[in-house]
Design a protein around this ligand. Structure first.
Ligand code: AMP
Length: 444
């Protein structure tokens, strides 16, 4: 099927062609005609499926070439990054239409957003908090919204936005078209869908909680305190240029970014305590390959659109198995292959089993390559137990998966899992503090 068969206007088709897309993705094939026909839509689709264009294109078409002062289409997103990306997408697809797109989110000055609204806006993309702030101040008129999209609704609920969403819905006219996108379905999501949508067309392109088959999943079992050393080794030895690393906490993200930086790997952390400008800068640096490792918490990573991200590392496993699906949804997008590595401390084995249940497939343990443990230079009292070591960490494979990925990875130019000889105790191929403490040659 080609885009020409979907019933889109020539201006939009031209914008699609400008982007270089010739075949609509499955979600686009099904959602675009339904939305163009004025139907409500309930779509189960993860990031990476092309879902944004699936609602942006028909909404732009529904707005036509009529410009009004107040917005007629509203897309609510859980995070600032996703709002910015959806708005960017709407501007790109709407470039031949003359429609004005405005984005509203917190963490940045209000005035430019107020000015943007006052000068007229047709297509509004917003996070709930700032949207309600502006509405409270009387600078926002939602009385003309005829098309409403709730994007990543599951994450909205996870982030506690349910009351804000209900308040926003009350501010909208009764007569309107609605669409809801969610990667997962809980009872709460179903209840919200029942409340919001009228006789929706249900579209399920990524069956619930499944993950792209193209992704290679691999796990290394090792003590928590060795994780950063193995990660630094994988990045350097595998010559990784772009890796998204997940930690559970903001503090952990900061610390790991610093530690990787100390190991000579350009890194930045991205999480909710960072200012909006710092988050945007980190993301841009990452996309432009100015930094190698972007260390993120789950919430901050939502909706990140990073094209063909080759490596995702679960530095700590998520407590909620579905978050693993969201995390690796950042990789293997739009036809590329991806690689998801989990570093599993002994107390995280249960979490990995929960993840396997959700994935309905095994995540095999691999034998970790030999890697260097470099002592932190500052605290001398810690030094005796943390000498430079060539480590071959214990790997307690569960009777399967040993050596998994060697051939495949090598063929793809991916990471190397080649177990190295653990010789030359104390040698420090990457320099750093290792040599100063002398090596014990202790193997794991
Ligand atoms: P999304 O799921 O909306 O975040 O989109 C995932 C990625 O796929 C984005 O980088 C889009 O630009 C890209 N994309 C969207 N539609 C297509 C298409 N029909 N063909 C190829 N890439 C696409």
């Amino acid at each position: 099927m080609s885009f020409n068969e979907l019933g889109l206007d020539p201006g939009l088709l031209r914008a699609v062609a400008d982007k270089g897309y010739d075949t609509p993705t499955p979600i686009q094939q099904r959602a675009i005609p339904a939305l163009l026909a004025g139907r409500d839509v309930l779509a189960s689709a993860q990031t990476g499926t092309g879902k944004t264009a699936a609602f942006v294109l028909p909404l732009l078409q529904a707005l036509g070439d009529r410009r009004e002062r107040a917005p007629r289409a509203l897309v609510l997103t859980p995070t600032r990054e996703l709002a910015a990306q959806v708005a960017q997408c709407a501007r790109e697809y709407g470039r031949h239409t003359g429609l004005r797109v405005q984005v509203i989110f917190g963490g940045v000055g209000m005035q430019p957003q107020i000015d943007g609204l006052r000068s007229g806006c047709d297509f509004l993309v917003a996070t709930p908090g700032r949207l309600l702030d502006l509405e409270d101040q009387g600078v926002l008129d939602l009385a003309h919204i005829a098309h409403f999209v709730l994007d990543e609704a599951d994450r909205m609920l996870d982030m506690g936005f349910i009351h804000a969403i209900k308040r926003v819905i009350k501010l909208l006219p009764q007569q309107r078209q609605n669409a809801m996108f969610s990667a997962t379905y809980s009872e709460d999501i179903r209840a919200l869908a029942a409340r919001l949508l009228h006789d929706p067309v249900a579209i399920d392109v990524a069956p619930r909680n499944t993950v792209a088959e193209r992704i290679e999943h691999i796990a290394y079992k090792l003590p928590k305190e060795h994780k950063r050393h193995l990660l630094a080794h994988l990045i350097k030895d595998g010559d990784w240029h772009q890796v998204l690393v997940f930690t559970r906490t903001k503090h952990g993200a900061n610390r790991l970014a610093e530690q990787l930086g100390g190991a000579g790997i350009r890194s930045a952390a991205i999480h909710g305590n960072k200012s909006q400008s710092a988050r945007v800068r980190a993301l841009e640096d990452f996309k432009a390959n100015r930094i190698t490792a972007l260390v993120a918490t789950d919430v901050a990573s939502r909706g990140l659109d990073i094209k063909e991200l080759p490596h995702v590392v679960n530095y700590e496993l998520p407590n909620v198995p579905e978050d693993y699906v969201h995390r690796i949804g950042r990789t293997a997008r739009a036809g590329a292959t991806g690689h998801a590595v989990s570093l599993v401390a002994p107390d995280e084995g249960g979490l990995l089993r929960d993840i396997e249940k959700v994935l309905k497939r095994a995540v095999p343990y691999a034998a970790a390559p030999a890697f260097e443990i470099t002592a932190a230079p500052q605290p001398p009292r810690e030094a005796p137990g943390r000498e430079a070591t060539r480590a071959q960490p214990a790997h307690h494979g569960r009777g399967r998966g040993y050596g998994h990925g060697h051939g495949q990875s090598a063929r793809r130019g991916g990471p190397s899992h080649r177990p190295r000889s653990a010789g030359r105790p104390g040698a420090s191929p990457h320099g750093g503090a290792a040599g100063r403490f002398g090596g014990s040659g202790r193997k794991h």
